[in-house]
Design a protein around this ligand. Structure first.
Ligand SMILES: NC(=O)c1ccc[n+]([C@@H]2O[C@H](COP(=O)([O-])OP(=O)(O)OC[C@H]3O[C@@H](n4cnc5c(N)ncnc54)[C@H](O)[C@@H]3O)[C@@H](O)[C@H]2O)c1
Ligand SMILES: O=C(O)C(=O)C[C@]1(C(=O)O)C=C[C@@H](O)C=C1
Length: 358
């Protein structure tokens, strides 16, 4: 690996000015990078430029140092090949959610891949298009960089630096391992969300009115673009099939333990311990935090006063969420803190007149 990282990674060309491409442009512009935006749909590039993600003027091909391909998965390999041909002095990377299929297509083309370095930011949303982009999308998120044996260290360093300029933490991982990992932590969860949300279509409207935060948490990503996800899942079908077989076995087991309280509790405990395995902010585990849930009365300025009173206590807040009560005109602010601070915060908030939920 080259010791000296390039100070500036550009000029950069971002191809595909949607959610991810525009977010990259916005983040790189914050660092003063020169960004050129290209999109099959001219209006997307114009909107992205209007948001401040770069310019739509064509770059001088020989001056471009980095190309980021952020098109839908099915167009990535083709666009990478075109870019390697057009931008002769640039390293070409992509943000595709599956790496193996792209490499297979690139290798089959017989092209020299020494200037291609695969990438994948582990951040996004259920939304699509440039208007949903945000400069902070990648802050503190992981960004996989899959370098190959033919890559030059300086080219890999340029891609890593670009990810870091976007605020991400780089993880080096070979394509095959990446695809297995994302089947487990991204593609299967997407499918479980889709299954749960799809099932809601059989639920009567009267029953849907009872929906609280739980179902909303589980189904957020089910609202994602079906065309995009068809492409992602098809490209990683083998690894996903393996995970689904595991889920099928788990479902069979769930049927078997439904009338056995002890076995059912053990089954539920597995979910809790699985959730604790997910890394949280600063490497801490969110499951180690304690939620202090405070009622937000439906009065003007209540939330502002509440934040002020929490801040005055000097307790480090790890995370926050707001939920609304379906039946009363109140909301709840859930404040996640590390255990030693929970009781102090509860006592202080009660003393200041706030109502706490158990
Ligand atoms: N959405 C996420 O959460 C997420 C996260 C990480 C990575 N990714 C990957 O990022 C890529 C882009 O996803 P997105 O969510 O930004 O989608 P998006 O639909 O918001 O944006 C895709 C953009 O690419 C353009 N485009 C399509 N074909 C093109 C082509 N041949 N040439 C140039 N532009 C073309 C579209 O007009 C659109 O503006 C996908 O490969 C996806 O797998 C998505
Ligand atoms: O946060 C979300 O909405 C996402 O689903 C983003 C998410 C993921 O974390 O699984 C989805 C697919 C991408 O390839 C990378 C990130």
């Amino acid at each position: 690996m080259s010791a000296a990282l390039p100070h500036s990674v550009g000029p950069v060309v971002v191809i595909g000015a949607g959610l991810v491409g525009t977010s990259i442009g916005l983040a790189l512009r914050t660092s003063g990078e020169q960004v050129h935006l290209v999109d099959r749909s001219a209006s997307h590039a114009v909107v992205a430029a209007g948001l401040g993600a770069g310019v739509v003027d064509r770059a001088e091909p020989d001056e471009v140092r980095l190309v980021v391909v952020a098109t839908p998965p099915d167009a990535i390999a083709r666009t990478v090949l075109e870019s390697l041909h057009r931008y002769r002095s640039a390293v070409v990377t992509d943000v595709g959610s599956v790496k193996g299929r792209i490499l297979d297509e690139l290798r089959a083309s017989g092209a020299d891949l020494s200037r291609y370095v695969g990438g994948h930011p582990m951040a996004g949303s259920q939304h699509a298009g440039p208007l949903t982009a945000v400069a902070e999308l990648f802050v503190d998120r992981t960004w996989v960089v899959s370098a190959g044996p033919d890559n030059q260290p300086d080219d890999v360093a340029r891609v890593r630096r670009m990810a870091e300029l976007c605020g991400a933490q780089v993880v080096a991982m070979p394509a095959e391992q990446h695809d297995e990992a994302v089947a487990q932590v991204s593609h299967l969860p997407q499918l479980m969300s889709t299954l749960t949300a799809g099932h809601l279509r059989q639920v009567p409207g009267d029953h849907l009115r009872l929906a609280g935060q739980g179902i909303r948490d589980v189904t957020r990503i089910a609202a994602s673009d079906p065309q995009l996800w068809r492409q992602i899942i098809s490209a990683n079908a083998e690894a996903i099939r393996h995970e689904l077989e595991g889920v099928r076995a788990d479902l069979d087991e769930l049927f078997a333990v439904l009338d056995d309280p002890q076995a059912l509790e053990e089954f539920m405990a597995r979910g809790r311990s699985g959730a604790r395995l997910l890394p949280g902010k600063h490497g801490a585990h969110p499951a180690d935090w304690v939620a202090v849930v405070i009622e937000i009365p439906d009065t003007p300025g209540a939330l502002g006063r509440l934040f002020h009173d929490i801040g005055a206590e000097g307790v480090n807040v790890e995370d926050l969420s707001i939920e609304h009560d379906a039946t009363r005109e109140v909301g709840y602010l859930s404040v996640e803190v590390s255990p030693p601070f929970a009781e102090r915060l509860r006592t202080a908030m009660k003393a200041k007149g706030w109502a706490l939920r158990a």
